[in-house]
Design a binder for this molecule. Structure first.
Ligand code: 5AD
Ligand code: SF4
Length: 424
């Protein structure tokens, strides 16, 4: 979602006559779009600010520094005090970035961490020049309140964008070059139009948008995985066979302490239904090791859940206490060495399964959407339906959809042989 928000902020500033650059030394304004989910991400912001402060800037003028995103939301004034930045803008207020930059240029205070009732989306400019694999935020915020998580505080309560606005933005993205759209939300499968339509209705509508070949969505909560969405995976060809469904832990005691509101078995049965609907579905998840009080036996239940599922890929993290969350004040914080060791064991299991999933894909012929140039001459990098990175060689271009036979698997990517340029 930060990638999406970053694109939208660049579009806002482009409407003010600014041009995006990758070179901080050529910049008049540097926007740091930040993440508050774990302490490491937050601390990085302060070192990044220090780094940006040293750049020369356009014509020798130090660039203005804006801090956006969830660190801005959570720390507000504190950032200005600690790091003297020019602009602080939260994730629900970034449509005001141009105004804030103008105020800061006049030496005025420029801080906006409001969570207005009217959503920012209506105030954003039209989409132009997007990547073939584009993002589209459809839902923001979270009402789940897992005890370790800052999202309900930084992104706020769950809100769903209106159906028509999303379909319009999808069409604009396709006109601007997108062939695949990933629908985004902290709790994307909780999307609802308030009139009984859910994410699957939205997906079925997007399936009818001419030129849109692929639909994905992320991130989902197990309890919002409606039957209609599972059915969509069976029926809708453009909906890719991939599901990112975080579980966090394999022990029911830990899941309860996390306030996940689902059990281990409930999660596994849900995946059974998912596989019944779409046998080739690739599964992904998020894991936290070392939640306060997690015992070795409880951690072993996470490992056995991983064995039971066989993930195609996954993300795993050490528990990070976040200020203001209930878990941060629990006793029994797990020692750092124990967390390190558990993370290593978990990641070894996840890497083993990812390599096995990739190896099992060899021989499949599938479509690959080319996203960028590879490192070697004539090499291109794209994505399979199961979100694997696939390398191919040939006279291709970004945005090509190719029929590819997967011929070789590595731990993190595959090599493919191109059969044909796929029909639109
Ligand atoms: N510590 C570690 N990982 C966290 N996540 C969320 N909060 C924390 C935390 N306090 C992880 C979860 C979530 C992902 C986006 O980040 O696994 O699914
Ligand atoms: Fe955070 Fe996800 Fe739990 Fe919401 S469902 S509180 S975003 S981990």
């Amino acid at each position: 979602m930060n990638v999406y928000d970053g694109e939208r902020m660049a579009e806002l500033m482009a409407a003010e006559g600014m041009v995006a650059t990758d070179d901080a030394n050529a910049a008049d304004l540097v926007v740091l779009n930040t993440c508050h989910i774990r302490e490491k991400a937050t601390e990085k912001v302060y070192s990044d600010i220090g780094r940006v402060r040293k750049v020369a800037g356009a014509e020798g003028r130090a660039p203005m520094i804006a801090v956006a995103g969830c660190v801005a939301q959570a720390e507000g004034e504190e950032i200005v005090r600690r790091a003297k930045v020019d602009v602080v803008v939260g994730p629900q207020a970034y449509h005001n970035l141009p105004k804030l930059v103008a105020a800061a240029a006049k030496g005025e205070a420029a801080l906006d961490t409001d969570m207005p009732l009217a959503s920012k989306f209506g105030a954003l400019p039209a989409r132009r020049n997007v990547a073939p694999g584009a993002f589209l935020t459809v839902q923001e915020g979270c009402d789940k309140f897992c005890t370790y998580c800052v999202v309900p505080y930084t992104r706020g309560a769950e809100i769903s964008r209106p159906f028509a606005a999303i379909v319009d933005e999808a069409k604009a993205l396709v006109d601007a070059g997108a062939r695949e759209i990933t629908l985004l939300g902290q709790n994307v499968n909780a999307w609802s139009d308030g009139d009984g339509r859910g994410l699957h209705d939205l997906i079925r509508a997007l399936d009818r948008v001419p030129g849109l070949a692929r639909i994905r969505y992320t991130t989902s909560h197990p309890n919002d995985m409606a039957q209609g969405l599972i059915d969509a995976h069976r029926d809708v060809e453009s909906l890719m066979p991939f599901l990112h469904l975080p579980v966090q832990a394999g022990s029911d005691r830990v899941l309860r302490a996390m306030n996940r509101q689902h059990t281990r078995n409930g999660y596994l049965r849900l995946l059974d239904r998912m596989r019944a609907a779409r046998p080739d579905i690739a599964l992904s998840g998020d894991f936290i090791v070392g939640f306060p009080g997690e015992t070795e036996a409880e951690f072993a239940e996470t490992l056995s859940l991983v064995d039971a599922v066989g993930y195609a890929q996954a993300y795993s993290f050490k528990y990070s206490p976040r200020p203001g969350t209930p878990a941060a004040t629990l006793g029994e914080q797990v020692a750092a060495e124990v967390m390190d060791e558990r993370l290593q064991r978990l990641q070894a299991a996840l890497q083993r399964d990812q390599a096995a999933f990739n190896a099992a894909s060899v021989g499949r012929t599938c479509r690959v959407l080319i996203e960028r140039k590879g490192k070697r001459d004539g090499q291109w990098l794209g994505k399979s339906p199961w979100l694997q990175s696939v390398h191919v060689v040939g006279p291709h271009a970004i945005g090509d959809m190719l029929d590819v036979t997967l011929v070789e698997a590595g731990p993190l990517s595959l090599t493919g042989e191109v059969r044909a340029l796929a029909a639109a």
